[in-house]
Design a protein around this ligand. Structure first.
Ligand code: MTE
Ligand code: MO
Length: 426
């Protein structure tokens, strides 16, 4: 999807995002105000899309989580990176990470409605009298397919402790809270226009249909996170398909947002309603979470986080002996701030670096596969590192700046492997 609006500010950084949120957006969007009427035509919903079995009692996740594909983290599960070996560009749905605040809800697409309401729509429809779209309505609107990563803002958080000796709170993910899929759906801009978006609208607040999230005894309500109208109109998708099939229950069935390049929390799953407002909106997910807190940040934290940072991962297990003999190391690099320009690999703990060969034409919203031929010449411990640089010149540092919630760990990750070059002798 391309931006059709040249006046739109570039929301590349947090400052711009905050700026947009704070200002009135009068005149910034040259939208023809929509007719205001949502589609009223009823449509049949394909029977094949009825969700299957219930969620697992312990994890709240519906799909199987075989240990060879996933590392469990309570209600979340991360992909093992060796599960991407031999895979194509996309992460198959069976191994795509799951990040759930609460259990996966099972939703019937036949009765589901997307509801839009608020002061940013013509006639300011109230929450209890919203503009509605059925699943069938969305299927009949012009479809668009994009390949994009979804990555948790806390991906790689575990390395704050294991590499930097810093205690942070939150799920100690390794590098597997990221996946790339082909998403098909309707542009959010199309639906916002049909719902009667006004020029005064500044923020939208998409909200999930999963149960209320209770944080240390405090009920924070349903998962919802404000998104500036500028981003909503630019390249956000209301996705109903993942890799050519209806969204699986764990990934947002029947409809989720896909907000390319931005933090995973923006891509609200099981979307139920969207508040559209002529004034800035707030929720715990853009005030107390998903900002940087700690030394060097104001008490209220940094501006809300938007784009993800540059990362790289080897398609290798975290703990396993390395096979002997000449081999090709493979991996992937991605960035929320632009196309990957190069990836370098070090097999000696960071002392020397050589370029990996990029295998894909870099796509700013996806990831780029790479390979690196290697012939280990000594047995023992090897420390493998990969670092990427994107088109903005941003590269992966050796140290990730500390923040108490452990977001945006973008430093080079050290992968220690034991290599046995000779068959073991008694
Ligand atoms: N409704 C709802 N949407 C949600 C979440 C959630 O718990 N509930 N988790 C968010 C977070 S933090 C992330 S990282 C992504 C994860 O998407 P996935 O589970 O499909 O990988 O979904 C986001 N959307
Ligand atoms: Mo996340």
């Amino acid at each position: 999807m391309r931006s059709g609006n040249r006046k739109e500010p570039d929301l590349t950084d947090e400052g711009a995002y905050e700026h947009v949120r704070a200002l009135s957006r009068r005149g910034m969007l040259r939208l023809s105000a929509g007719a205001g009427a949502a589609l009223a035509v009823p449509a049949a919903v394909p029977a094949a899309v009825a969700p299957p079995a219930a969620a697992d009692g312990a994890t709240g996740i519906v799909k199987p989580l075989p240990p060879e594909l996933f590392i469990p983290h309570g209600t979340n599960a991360e992909m093992r990176w060796d599960a991407m070996r031999g895979q194509g560009l996309l992460t198959p749905a069976d191994r795509f990470f799951v990040r759930n605040h609460v259990a996966t809800p099972l939703i019937d697409a036949r009765t589901w409605r997307l509801k839009l309401w608020g002061t940013g729509l013509h006639g300011s429809p109230a929450e209890d009298r919203p503009r509605e779209f059925s699943y069938g309505d969305l299927l009949r609107l012009p479809a668009e397919t994009i390949t994009a990563f979804i990555e948790c803002t806390g991906n790689a958080r575990g390395f704050y402790a294991s590499q930097q000796g810093q205690q942070v709170s939150g799920t100690p993910w390794k590098l597997g809270a990221v996946g790339v899929a082909r998403w098909r759906g309707v542009r959010l801009s199309t639906v916002l226009r049909l719902a009667g978006l006004t020029r005064e609208a500044v923020d939208i607040l998409p909200r999930g249909l999963d149960a209320d999230y209770v944080d240390k005894g405090e009920n924070l309500g349903r998962v919802r996170r404000p998104l500036p109208v500028a981003k909503a109109m630019k390249d956000v998708l209301l996705a109903y398909e993942m890799n050519g099939a209806p969204l699986p229950p764990d990934h947002g069935y029947p409809v989720r947002l896909v907000v390319p390049s931005w933090t995973g929390i923006a891509s609200i799953k099981w979307l139920g309603d969207v508040q559209v407002a002529a004034e800035p909106l707030f929720s715990p997910w853009n005030t107390r979470f998903y900002r940087l807190f700690g030394p060097g940040y104001p008490a209220e934290g940094s501006p809300p986080l938007t784009r993800m940072n540059v990362k790289s991962a080897f398609e290798l297990p975290w703990e396993a002996p390395l096979p002997s003999g000449p081999q090709v190391l493979r991996g992937r690099s991605w960035s929320g701030t632009g196309r990957i320009r190069r990836t370098e690999v070090s097999v000696d703990g960071g002392a020397t670096w050589r370029r990996a060969r990029l295998l894909d034409r870099p796509d700013p919203r996806g990831w780029t596969r790479w390979e690196f031929p290697w012939r280990p010449h000594a047995s023992g411990r090897h420390e493998l590192l990969a670092r990427a640089t994107d088109e903005t010149g941003t590269s992966q540092p050796f140290n990730a700046p500390y923040n108490t919630l452990g977001y945006l760990f973008g430093a080079v990750v050290r992968l220690a492997l034991i290599h046995i070059s000779e068959p073991t002798r008694p």
